[in-house]
Design a protein around this ligand. Structure first.
Ligand SMILES: Nc1ncnc2c1ncn2[C@@H]1O[C@H](COP(=O)(O)OP(=O)(O)OP(=O)(O)O)[C@@H](O)[C@H]1O
Ligand SMILES: [Mg+2]
Length: 471
C-alpha cells in the first residue's frame, strides 16, 4: 500500500482544508515579508519559492491557488495604483503574466513529479507484497518443516509442515522453547549450544546441517535432517531451521541393504549347495579312481591324485566363498559361532594371535542384526591386520538380557582420534551398519596401546528393528 506524504496523509477533508487553506496563507506571508524587507523592488523574488513549496506539498490545485493569490497580492502591494488590483503599466502587467505562467508551470511540474513518484512507490510496494506473498506460499506449502527461533530458543514461527511433522498445532509451539521438539537427552545441551554460539560465533551446526532426533507430541522419536541459518529481522537476531523427516529414507536404506544381504545369502547358499556339492562328489570320485588304479598304473595314479587334490582345493575355496557370503548361521547362537570362526581363521591365515572371548552365551535373535555385527567385527579385524601391525587381536562378545557389546581390540600402533583425510570406506560402513541397527559405535585408542572398536547394541533397539522390518 502506498504511503502518502504527511500533508496528504491526514484524513481527506482535513487534508483538503490544510492544502487549500495553507496555500494563500503561505503566499501571503511571503508577500508581506517581501514587502516589509525589500519594498517594491524585485516583487516576485519570495513569491516564486512560496508557490514551489505549496505546489510540492499540496499538488496542482493549491499551487494554482497560490499563484492566483500571489498575482493579486503583487498587483495590489507592489504595482501602481497601490492597494488595488488594477495594473496600468504594460511592463508590470507583462511581468504579472510571466509570474502567473511560471506559477502554473511550477504547479504542473510538481504535480507530475509527485504522480510519477507515487506510481514508482506503488509498483515497488506491489512487487514487495507479491514477493512476500510468494515467499509465504513457498513456506506454507513446503514439504520440509521450517521453524524460526529467537536468541533464547523460543519458537517465533512454524509452517504447516512443522505442525504435521511434530503433531503440535502452531499455537502450541509458538512462544515455547524449541527444546520441546527434542529428545530429553539433547534438551539441556541446546541452551548451551545457543549460548556458546552467541558468545564465540563458532559455527557447529549453522550453515552445516546434521542428522538429529526429533520428538513428536506423542513422545515418539524420529530421525531428521536439520539445517540451520541465521538472519536478522528489523528488531532481533533469529535462527531458522529446515527439517526433513528421514524416517522413510532410513527405512528404504535399510530395505535396500536387507535386499542386498538377502541376495548375498541366496548366492552363498546356492554356491554351497550346487557347485559345492558337485565338487565334493567329484572329489570322492577322484579318490575312488586313485584307489581303483592302485599300483597297476603308477603314472595315472599320480595324475588322478593331482585331480583329487585340485578338486579338494577348489572345494575349499568355494566353501570359503560361500561362508563369506553367509557369515552368520540363521540361529540365535550364530553370531558366537561366526566370530569364533573369524578368530581362528585370522590366526591361521595371518600369523597373529586372534582370540574370541565370550564368557557367557550371547544370543542375537535377529539374523540381519547378527550379520551387521559380524561385518563390523570383520572390518575391525581387517583394519587391525592392515594398519596396526598388531601381534594380538581380541574379539569379545558380552551381553546381558538388555544389551550386547561387541569389542575388537588390537595391540598395534593405535589409531588417531580422527584419522585425517580418510579415503577408506571401512569406518564409514561400520558406522552406517551400527546406525541401521540403532547401535552405538566407538573407534578409538585402547589402553595401554592399540585400538579398540566397541559396538553397543540395545536389545530393545534390535527388537524394534525387527518389528520395523516385520511391517
Ligand atoms: N586398528 C587400527 N589401527 C591403526 N589404524 C587404524 C585402525 N583401524 C583404522 N585405522 C586407520 O583409520 C583409517 C580408516 O580406516 P577405514 O577402514 O575407514 O579405511 P581403510 O581401511 O584405509 O580402507 P577400506 O576399509 O575402505 O579398505 C585407516 O586408513 C587407518 O589409518
Ligand atoms: Mg578398513
Amino acid at each position: 500500500m502506498y504511503r502518502r506524504r504527511p500533508m496528504r496523509n491526514a484524513k481527506p477533508a482535513l487534508g483538503l482544508l490544510l492544502r487549500y487553506g495553507g496555500a494563500p496563507l503561505v503566499v501571503t506571508l511571503a508577500a508581506l515579508v517581501q514587502w516589509a524587507l525589500l519594498g517594491t523592488r524585485t516583487p516576485f523574488i519570495l513569491l516564486v519559492p512560496a508557490i514551489l513549496a505549496v505546489a510540492w506539498y499540496g499538488g496542482l490545485g493549491p499551487g494554482l491557488l497560490a499563484t492566483a493569490v500571489g498575482a493579486l497580492e503583487a498587483a495590489s502591494l507592489f504595482f501602481d495604483p497601490r492597494y488595488s488590483i488594477r495594473v496600468d503599466d504594460p511592463i508590470e502587467l507583462f511581468s504579472l503574466v510571466v509570474f502567473g505562467s511560471l506559477g502554473t508551470a511550477i504547479s504542473m511540474l510538481c504535480d507530475r513529479l509527485q504522480r510519477s513518484e507515487q506510481a514508482r512507490r506503488q509498483t515497488e510496494e506491489q512487487a514487495l507484497s507479491e514477493s512476500r506473498e510468494r515467499l509465504r506460499a513457498v513456506v506454507e506449502t513446503a514439504v520440509d518443516a521450517i521453524i524460526t527461533i529467537d536468541q533464547r530458543g523460543l519458537i517465533a514461527s512454524v509452517n504447516p509442515a512443522a505442525e504435521r511433522m511434530f503433531g503440535y498445532s502452531a499455537a502450541e509451539m509458538i512462544g515455547q522453547n524449541v527444546k520441546m521438539l527434542m529428545p530429553s537427552r539433547h534438551r539441556e545441551e541446546h541452551d548451551g549450544y545457543l549460548a556458546r554460539y552467541l558468545q564465540t560465533r563458532e559455527k557447529h551446526i549453522i550453515g552445516i546441517g546434521r542428522e538429529v532426533q526429533g520428538r513428536r507430541k506423542d513422545g515418539s522419536f524420529f530421525p531428521v535432517d536439520l539445517s540451520v541459518s541465521e538472519f536478522h529481522d528489523r528488531t532481533q537476531r533469529l535462527f531458522s531451521g529446515v527439517l526433513r523427516d528421514l524416517t522413510a529414507r532410513k527405512a528404504l536404506e535399510r530395505e535396500v541393504l536387507e535386499v542386498a544381504s538377502q541376495e548375498q545369502l541366496r548366492i552363498g547358499q546356492e554356491l554351497h549347495d550346487s557347485a559345492g556339492q558337485e565338487l565334493a562328489a567329484l572329489g570322492l570320485l577322484a579318490e575312488g579312481l586313485v584307489e581303483a588304479l592302485g599300483e597297476s598304473s603308477p603314472s595315472e595314479v599320480v595324475l588322478a591324485t593331482k585331480i583329487a587334490e585340485g578338486l579338494k582345493r577348489v572345494l575349499g575355496q568355494v566353501r570359503a566363498l560361500s561362508r563369506g557370503l553367509v557369515p552368520v548361521e540363521v540361529d540365535a547362537a550364530g553370531l558366537m559361532a561366526a566370530l569364533a570362526e573369524l578368530a581362528s581363521q585370522t590366526s591361521e591365515l595371518h600369523g597373529v594371535t586372534c582370540t574370541f572371548d565370550c564368557k557367557e552365551q550371547v544370543f542375537v535373535e535377529h539374523n540381519q542384526t547378527a550379520t551387521h555385527l559380524y561385518r563390523i567385527a570383520k572390518e575391525a579385524v581387517t583394519n587391525a591386520l592392515k594398519h596396526s601391525r598388531a601381534k594380538n587381536i581380541t574379539i569379545s562378545l558380552e551381553g546381558d538380557g538388555r544389551s550386547v557389546a561387541l569389542r575388537v581390540r588390537d595391540d598395534g600402533v593405535g589409531i588417531a582420534r580422527e584419522p585425517s583425510e580418510n579415503k577408506g570406506m571401512g569406518l564409514k560402513i561400520m558406522r552406517y551398519r551400527a546406525n541401521l541397527i540403532n547401535a552405538g559405535l566407538n573407534v578409538g585408542p585402547a589402553e595401554p596401546v592399540g585400538t579398540l572398536v566397541t559396538c553397543t547394541l540395545n536389545k530393545g533397539a534390535d527388537h524394534a528393528q525387527k518389528q520395523d522390518q516385520g511391517k
